[in-house]
Design a protein around this ligand. Sequence first.
Ligand code: AP5
Length: 215
Amino acid sequence: MRIVLLGPPGAGKGTQSKILSARLGVPQIVIGDILKAQVSRGTPLGVAAKPYLDDGKLVPDPVIIETIHERLEDPDTDKGFVLDGFPRTVPQAIALDTTLADAGTPLDVVIELVVGRDDVVRRLSGRRVCSNCGHIWHVEFDPPTVDGICDVCGHDLIQRSDDNPETIIRRLGEYAEKTVPLTDFYAAQGKLVRIDAAGTPEAVTAATIAAAEPY
Ligand code: AP5
């Protein structure tokens, strides 16, 4: 089962890819999390990527393609994966297709989470992330029992540094310019399934699983 989740910042890719990965028994690969871990560790990749993450701009294609290529060589991807946040440009999509074609394991389906701009701004502005386990919360739509504390592990919740109004606008601009063309790219391959992601998390989960199940 090889799935790509597409959608604008805040569409719910992280929320849904975690559920889908557990349900299907394949790894959830979140390129944004891989990059942030490299930034925290101060690796050469992290140092190169940090200014782009801070600005809400996409990290250059060659760096991202190499990073994903290496991750897809890990044996846990043998049975498949849920890719969250990759590809985000047509060159990235072409590189992924080439890698998977060489391995004889093409993508099964690309699920686009469709949600409007007002909803994503509201979701991003209220998102809180656990500083320890990374669980995603929302102050309004999915609040923890105790304000600011993760129910899962008891550690503090933080607001992502790129979830501020100016950076959110830049991230949405990057999405519109560089990632939206991927919908035509995958529609032409007959692999695109669009689902309404404006509903509750549970409703979106049901639609996402229904989109993945035939494969
Ligand atoms: P990344 O971390 O991937 O950020 P993103 O794509 O902007 O996506 P988000 O993580 O912000 O949102 P999401 O769709 O996962 O939503 P979530 O489930 O958290 O990338 C960060 C940066 O890394 C990029 O800006 C770029 O610099 C770089 N990068 C990454 N990939 C790259 C690539 N391929 N090429 C180049 N550069 C790259 O949900 C959001 C909130 O809404 C949460 O609080 C959640 O609880 C809530 N929520 C979720 N679903 C619902 C719902 N149905 N109803 C109500 N609330 C909901």
